[in-house]
Design a protein around this ligand. Structure first.
Ligand code: PMV
Length: 331
C-alpha cells in the first residue's frame, strides 16, 4: 500500500463512436462487440480511496451521499479485485464527486469507475499496467475500461476477463474533434444501461448488429487515423442508429428519444448537407452528442442554442487519461 493507504484520482467520461450494447457475460461485463470512444476533456470525476486495517464495512459516498445499494455493489466489486491483487483484506472508504451534473446526459459511470480503479490501485500500492487498470475499471462499468486512456480508444471485446480490455488508438492531440452536448431533458433515465445490456439479446436485430461490428470498427478506426470527418460522421451516425434499432426492438422495448431528440436526429444530417462538419450520436438517453470539428464549434453551439427544446449546451474535446493527484498522496 502507499504509506498512507490512500490516493485520489481524477478521470474523464467518454463518448462512444462505435457503441457497446449487450454483454456475453454481464457479471464480468464482457461485451457482445468491440467499441471505440473519445475520452472527454473538461468533465471529470474525482475519487478518493482510503484503505483501513480496522475491521468493518466499506463506506461509499457519491456526491456526499451514501451510494445506492446497486452502485455500492459495483464499487465493492472493483475494491474486492484490488484487495485480491494486493492480498490485503482491508476495508475501504470511498468518496467520489462529479464536476458535471449526473442529469446532464453524459454517462458518469465511465469516469467514476476509471477514477475508482486508478485511485484504489494506487492506494493499495499496486503498480498496474494500463491494460490491467482497464480490466479493473470494466468490472464496475463496461465503458469505464475506455476512460483509462486519453484521446481515441478501442475496447477489444475479448472473450473473458483477461482478453477484454481497452487500448489507445491515438492520443488527444491527434485530432481536435469536439463534442457539443445538446441537453434536451434533465429527467433521470427510467431504464439504466445495465438493464439495457440485459435486454439487447431479446432484439432480433442484435445478432446482425454484432455481426456487422467489425466493419463499423474498421471504418471508424480508419476515419480517425486519416482525420476524415465525413467518413467519421457517416459511420458514427450509422452505428448510433444500429444501437437504437436494437433498443426499440428489444422485449420490452426501450426508446430513449424525446420529440426534441427526434427533431435533432433529422436536423443534424441536413446541417452536414449544407457543409457544416457535424454528426450526431445518441447514448442511452434523450440528449444528443454533436461531434464537430473545432473550427465550427461556435456555429454548432449557436444553432443548438436557437433550437427549440435545447435546455443547455455542454462542450468537450479530446481528454486526458486519469491522473493521480499527488497532493492527496501525502496526507
Ligand atoms: O458502460 P455502461 O454500462 O454505462 O454502458 C454504456 C453504453 C453506451 O453508453 C450506450 C454505449 C457505450 O459504448 O458507451
Amino acid at each position: 500500500m502507499t504509506a498512507s493507504g490512500r490516493a485520489t484520482a481524477v478521470a474523464h467520461p467518454n463518448i462512444a463512436l462505435v457503441k457497446y450494447w449487450g454483454n456475453l457475460d454481464s457479471e464480468l461485463r464482457i461485451p457482445a462487440n468491440g467499441s471505440i470512444s473519445m475520452t472527454l476533456s473538461g468533465l471529470q470525476t474525482k475519487t478518493s480511496v482510503r484503505f483501513d486495517p480496522q475491521p468493518g464495512e466499506d463506506q461509499v459516498l457519491i456526491d456526499r451521499r451514501p451510494a445506492s445499494p446497486e452502485a455500492r455493489r459495483r464499487v465493492v466489486r472493483v475494491l474486492d479485485r484490488v484487495r485480491l491483487l494486493a492480498d490485503r483484506p482491508h476495508r475501504a472508504y470511498v468518496e467520489s464527486a462529479n464536476s458535471f451534473p449526473s442529469d446532464a446526459g453524459i454517462a458518469s459511470s465511465a469516469s467514476a469507475f476509471a477514477a475508482l480503479a486508478t485511485a484504489a490501485a494506487a492506494a493499495a500500492g499496486l503498480d498496474l499496467s494500463p491494460r490491467a487498470l482497464s480490466r479493473l475499471a470494466r468490472l464496475g462499468s463496461g465503458s469505464a475500461c475506455r476512460s483509462v486512456y486519453g484521446g481515441f480508444v478501442e475496447w477489444v471485446a475479448g472473450v473473458d476477463d483477461e482478453s477484454s480490455y481497452a487500448v489507445q488508438i491515438a492520443p488527444p492531440e491527434h485530432w481536435d474533434v469536439r463534442d457539443v452536448v445538446a441537453v434536451v431533458s434533465r429527467d433521470r433515465k427510467r431504464v439504466g444501461s445495465s438493464e439495457g445490456h440485459r435486454r439487447a439479446g431479446t432484439s432480433p436485430r442484435q445478432s446482425a448488429r454484432v455481426e456487422d461490428a467489425p466493419r463499423r470498427l474498421e471504418a471508424c478506426r480508419r476515419a480517425l487515423l486519416a482525420r476524415d470527418f465525413d467518413a467519421l460522421a457517416e459511420i458514427v451516425e450509422e452505428d448510433s442508429r444500429w444501437m437504437h434499432d436494437v433498443m426499440k426492438t428489444s422485449v420490452p422495448p426501450l426508446d430513449y428519444s424525446s420529440p426534441h431528440t427526434l427533431q435533432l436526429l433529422r436536423q443534424v444530417p441536413l446541417w452536414r448537407a449544407e457543409g457544416l462538419s457535424v454528426a450526431y450520436t445518441q447514448d442511452a438517453g434523450p440528449n444528443l452528442h454533436l461531434l464537430c470539428l473545432a473550427s465550427v464549434v461556435e456555429q454548432v453551439s449557436e444553432r443548438l442554442r436557437k433550437t427549440q427544446g435545447v435546455l443547455d449546451v455542454l462542450l468537450a474535446g479530446p481528454g486526458a487519461p486519469p491522473q493521480i493527484l499527488e497532493d492527496d498522496l501525502s496526507g
